[in-house]
Design a protein. Structure first.
Length: 422
């Protein structure tokens, strides 16, 4: 599997999609019943037969009141039991999610997940997720993975871990803008596995900092083809081990990370692959993300995203920055444009419609380059734009099913996923 692109994609499949779907559970609250009050008689003087009739009916009235009182007490007890059970129970989810990926094809992602705060009764902290997922596409790609994203000690620590194994079939267009623009395809099959773990600690100003570790192996083969192909990279036909130590710093001020109305995200990661750690290649990978959200009247939101990626050393082709991966940018097939450096920036308008629907429009621009000082060549920029439809899966957390139609410089893509693009 691809260390920087498809590893991250499958990790997102297992954790983010699972998380968004798990949170579609909505708790139901039962309503209590009001008891009628007994009114005293306004007539104190009655005929003997009326008095006898009244006295004979009193026990019946008292019996009914007692029965209602007992029923009310039972209702309250049942309600308390349900509330207590709800406070301590997590949510399971089993869902076959649709996948439409320009790189991997169409298919499904079967998901099994469990979500709960830790401890379960504390709903005020960030929820934790444990999940397992699979990958089946019409192009022949297969995969599975298990993962967990845990917030521990009142969200003072974040522990995330993923294991994934799979076989991916995709096209490589070559390194750099020129090869990507030529459109020559190199059909590849890549099998492998990965294990990833990170531990972050919250520090003042709501920053999380900590370390990460990645290890994986893969084997790449060239599929038969009669078409003209780009240059074959030296990684083809080799068993490759990759291993890295890294660090991460991030801050998230969004009140709701599934559908942010305000706040921002800052995230910086650095992974250092080294032969001393057992890696075949020695290189460095750096990524920076900044997202900002602005709430507008009438259920409208403006969302801004800036992404930067850079590599140093001698990475394999799949260790470079890959344009079109992780929605950077939509409208491009992941793997067509890749290089040592990349940037992408985009703006998205979001509108909530009646009946759980939503509408978005987005546009942006980016580029790949062999050096950080070669981004802004006018003929090398890669613009994109498009529109999308949303359907709310969870009203409580505002988790959306996402369908996006996007146009790039030389391509059209249609993508389906759970949660917002950024």
């Amino acid at each position: 599997m691809k260390a920087s692109g498809d590893f991250r994609t499958l990790r997102a499949v297992i954790l983010l999609l699972c998380m968004g779907t798990c949170l579609c559970f909505v708790n139901l609250a039962s309503a209590g019943a009001n008891l009628p009050t007994n009114q005293p008689s306004s007539k104190e003087s009655q005929a003997p037969q009326d008095s006898t009739r009244q006295s004979s009916s009193t026990p019946s009235t008292e019996t009914k009141a007692e029965e209602k009182s007992e029923t009310n007490e039972e209702t309250k007890k049942e309600k308390k039991k349900k509330e207590k059970k709800s406070d301590h129970a997590g949510s399971f989810v089993i869902a076959p999610l649709p996948l439409v990926s320009p790189a991997l094809g169409a298919g499904i992602i079967p998901i099994l997940g469990y979500i709960t705060p830790i401890p379960a009764k504390d709903r005020g902290i960030e929820p934790s997720v444990i999940g397992a997922g699979g990958l089946i596409t019409n192009d022949g790609s297969r995969g599975f993975g298990i993962g967990a994203d845990l917030y521990l000690d009142k969200a003072r620590y974040e522990l995330e871990s993923v294991y994934a194994h799979g076989n991916l079939e995709y096209n490589l267009y070559g390194e750099g803008f020129v090869n990507g623009n030529a459109g020559l395809k190199l059909p590849l099959e890549q099998s492998g596995q990965i294990f990833f773990i990170k531990l972050l600690r919250r520090i003042p100003w709501d920053f999380y900092v900590g370390g990460r570790f990645t290890t994986g192996s893969s084997f790449i083969t060239l599929k038969p083809t009669s078409e003209k192909i780009p240059p074959i990279p030296p990684d083809i036909g080799l068993h490759t081990d990759l291993r890295a130590l890294g660090m991460e710093v991030w801050r998230d001020s969004r009140p709701n990370r599934f559908y942010p109305l305000k706040g921002s995200v800052i995230d910086f990661t650095g992974d250092f692959f080294a032969q001393d750690l057992g890696s075949k290649y020695s290189f460095q990978s750096y990524k920076f993300t900044f997202n900002k959200y602005l709430s507008l009247p009438d259920k409208q939101v403006l969302a801004y995203n800036l992404y930067w990626c850079g590599t140093g050393g001698t990475p394999p082709f799949y260790g470079n920055c890959i344009y079109g991966a992780s929605n950077e940018l939509r409208g491009y097939t992941a793997g067509r444009y890749l290089d040592h450096y990349m940037f992408a920036t985009q703006l998205e308008y979001r509108l909530v419609l009646p009946w759980k629907f939503g509408l978005v429009g987005f546009g942006g621009v980016g580029a790949v380059a062999p050096g950080s000082d070669q981004f802004f060549r006018a003929n090398h920029l890669l613009p994109a734009g498009g529109t999308g439809i949303r359907y709310m899966l969870s009203k409580k957390y505002h988790v959306n099913l996402r369908t996006d139609f996007a146009w790039g410089k030389d391509n059209f893509t249609w993508g389906v996923g759970v949660g917002e693009a950024f």
